[in-house]
Write a protein that binds this ligand. Structure first.
Ligand SMILES: [Fe+2]
Length: 293
């Protein structure tokens, strides 16, 4: 079996002693899934993965989904179309794809949002390029009881593109989504206090990135409430910024977290190059579903 160590004294856990190129038995997969749901962020260290092995590992957490992003499409892998390569080594003068550089929850604009997202780090800059995480269960738990009661039954409308309660420094990158992408995306609804689909644990769900309003509430009041909750979530005590090391496979429970990629400059050499593979999945880990049936 593998060994573990905490990533922080609050949330996140690292795992050593597994080779994800090898087939995983039921016991190991159940243990990894449990660790993810308990600690929100799970880093499996020291990997050197084939694309099929990465996709196979990610599939243990749910069904891989394809992203709607248009920037960086030239990097897609035809043999593994659910892998989204993320790099700052793109040639030319055009903008780097940095649409994840704002606090968000993957596919919160979808009626069936992502349940887990996984990044595999193949090249990592010596400095910068972190992914920030917010523990949205801890942020919910820390709210005053009166606030919890006030927001318990609220339903938030989401749509692709910048939300109404983005923190000020998030706006420039979030605006990278195109009008065409926004128009193709319908309004969807998610509970603001959303019980985890597997564990039932309550978390604040994605108050800022794609929120467009609260059902039955005037827009300005909704904006103010969502902005207040966002400011609460962004407090340092709920955050962890993960510096990706080469070989890290980092997954996060999207139902229980928000995340943000650090802005990064175009690479000038090996010391500041980044290459990540990303897969986001939705639904239930298949081996959990099988065990329950
Ligand atoms: Fe993301």
């Amino acid at each position: 079996m593998f060994s573990t160590e905490p990533l922080t004294d609050r949330f996140g856990i690292a795992v050593h002693g597994i080779d994800l190129n090898e087939p995983l038995d039921d016991e190991t997969v159940h243990a990894l899934v449990d660790l993810l749901y308990e600690h929100r962020v799970l880093a499996v260290r020291g990997q050197k993965l084939h694309p099929a092995s990465f996709r196979s590992y990610c599939s243990e957490f749910g069904d891989p989904i394809r992203h709607v992003r248009s920037l960086g499409r030239e990097l897609f892998m035809p043999e593994e179309p659910t892998i989204l390569p993320i790099t700052n080594k793109t040639p030319g003068d055009g903008p780097l794809a940095q649409g994840a550089a704002h606090w968000h929850t993957d596919q919160s604009y979808d009626a069936r949002p992502s349940s887990t997202t996984i990044l595999y780090s193949i090249e990592a800059p010596k400095q910068g390029g972190e992914t920030g995480f917010i523990d949205m269960v801890a942020a919910y738990d820390a709210l005053p009881t009166t606030t919890k009661d006030e927001i318990e039954d609220l339903v938030v409308e989401h749509q692709y593109g910048p939300g109404i309660a983005l923190p000020e420094d998030d706006v420039p990158t979030a605006s990278l989504s195109t009008q065409e992408q926004r128009d193709a995306s319908p309004l969807v609804q998610h509970r603001l206090v959303r019980p985890h689909p597997i564990t039932g644990v309550k978390a604040l769900y994605s108050p800022c990135a794609t929120s467009r309003g609260i059902v039955g509430m005037p827009l300005e009041q909704a904006r103010e409430l969502l902005a207040q909750l966002t400011a609460h979530c962004l407090k340092p005590e709920f955050r962890y910024h993960h510096p990706h090391a080469v070989g890290d496979v980092v997954s996060w429970d999207t139902s229980a977290t928000m995340h943000r990629a650090a802005l990064i400059d175009r690479a000038t050499g090996p010391d500041d190059s980044r290459l990540l593979w990303r897969i986001s999945v939705r639904g239930t880990p298949p081996r959990l579903a099988k065990a329950a049936s």
